[in-house]
Write a protein that binds this ligand. Structure first.
Ligand code: ADP
Length: 202
């Protein structure tokens, strides 16, 4: 059996990646979420979590022994060297897990959803790039509503991500998610047909 076509879905925080992938999952498509994988590699009992505790002390854990992700995020956003240290530890582990899951997917095409698809080496995992696009003000509105994060935190996360223009330039397909959710439904249906055709044509 040939391996499935590998499709990357990306977009800035709050652009609607999860809204798109939820719809693809209901169509039977296997979706690997890079954020989920990133949490799995630092799960309780993992070698990576042990190294993080050795590096930062047990204050980086919550009372239940899980990683205090908000505390870690504050440390690495404040200090680029700490960010590099953490990435050197976790990125290879995340990459191995993503590659394994994409290779064993059983749908005609398999999706990697990642906010950092185009920033690092994850681009190499996929053969087609879908960008979910909204104006920056919509990103901020939807993210602050979803997570009750401050606008300042959302803006700092956006500043660390690729700019909208560069992301759009890297897209093979663009989903415009600035409209209502029913407009997204019809765009995802069209995307699904397109990706099925691309997968079948290989
Ligand atoms: P991402 O996964 O890219 O961070 P989400 O899919 O979680 O973004 O979308 C961000 C928030 O905006 C979620 O609360 C989601 O339900 C909402 N949302 C997504 N698309 C739309 C839309 N077209 N109209 C209104 N709300 C939306």
């Amino acid at each position: 059996m040939t391996a499935p076509l590998r499709v990357g879905i990306t977009g800035g925080i709050g652009s609607g990646k999860s809204a798109v992938t939820e719809r693809l999952i209901t169509l039977g498509i296997n979706v690997v979420d890079a954020d989920v994988v990133a949490r799995e590699v630092v799960a309780v009992g993992s070698p990576a979590l042990k190294k993080i505790v050795e590096h930062y002390g047990s204050d980086i854990l919550q009372d239940d022994g899980t990683l205090d992700r908000a505390a870690l995020r504050r440390v690495v956003f404040a200090d680029p060297d700490e960010r590099l240290w953490l990435e050197a530890l976790t990125h290879p582990l995340i990459g191995e897990s993503i590659a394994r899951q994409l290779a064993t997917a059983s749908s005609p095409y398999a999706v990697l959803s990642s906010p950092l698809l185009l920033e690092g080496s994850q681009r190499d995992f996929v053969q087609h790039v879908v960008v979910v696009d909204v104006p920056e003000e919509v990103q901020i509105d939807r993210t602050t509503t979803r997570d009750s994060n401050s606008e300042e935190l959302v803006r700092s996360i956006m500043a660390a991500q690729m700019c909208r223009k560069d992301r759009l330039a890297a897209a093979d397909t663009v989903i415009d998610n600035s409209g209502p959710l029913d407009a997204l439904d019809s765009q995802v249906a069209l995307l699904h047909e397109k990706l099925l055709s691309l997968a079948a044509a290989r």
